[in-house]
Design a binder for this molecule. Sequence first.
Ligand SMILES: CC(C)(COP(=O)(O)OP(=O)(O)OC[C@H]1O[C@@H](n2cnc3c(N)ncnc32)[C@H](O)[C@@H]1OP(=O)(O)O)[C@@H](O)C(=O)NCCC(=O)NCCS
Length: 168
Amino acid sequence: MTRTREIRRAAQTDAAAIRDVARESWHAAYDDLLGSDTVDAVVDDWYAIDRLRSAIGASSHHVFVAGEVVGFGHASPWEGAPDVAHLTRLYVHPAFWGDGVGSHLLEHLDAALAGEGYERLRLEVFAENDVGVGFYESRGFDRLETIEEEFLGETYDVAVYGRPIGSE
Ligand SMILES: CC(C)(COP(=O)(O)OP(=O)(O)OC[C@H]1O[C@@H](n2cnc3c(N)ncnc32)[C@H](O)[C@@H]1OP(=O)(O)O)[C@@H](O)C(=O)NCCC(=O)NCCS
């Protein structure tokens, strides 16, 4: 399969490939923190094909994929403020980490959100996720706060980051 890095809006037919990338990336990023079985269970639930398809089809959501498919990004409205969008997911297959795919996906999300009048982008990331935290800090996000969140019965430190839209 040819795996180009072109960024495009996700199609309904990308759902299974998105779930596959999510699974690989979640295992690489979160197995140490959550355990491999938990990761598989979360991916099966959160990345169920029908859930992904409804996000891809929702007019208020933006889902982009890179290549066929090596990464994806998903942004949606944030309930806390009308001019703030939430970066719901940004995942790249671990074989491609550090190749610029995540930054490229972020650029496309940023441009799409700017076109809709959003002024800020926020996100939450496990505070222990060094790769994710390093990525966002290198892309100009500021840590707004660190909160405790319950996830499958355990409590984790979660870092909340934000930056103005149009920083890319
Ligand atoms: C975070 C992620 C999306 C970045 O995508 P990417 O394509 O690797 O990122 P880019 O190549 O565009 O950017 C590279 C930056 O990411 C970080 N990064 C990428 N791979 C890394 C690694 N193996 N170790 C540490 N930092 C890494 C660095 O900050 C790097 O900055 P630099 O190029 O200035 O050194 C990707 O690493 C990933 O999927 N991680 C696991 C899931 C995750 O943490 N998602 C975000 C939380 S929701």
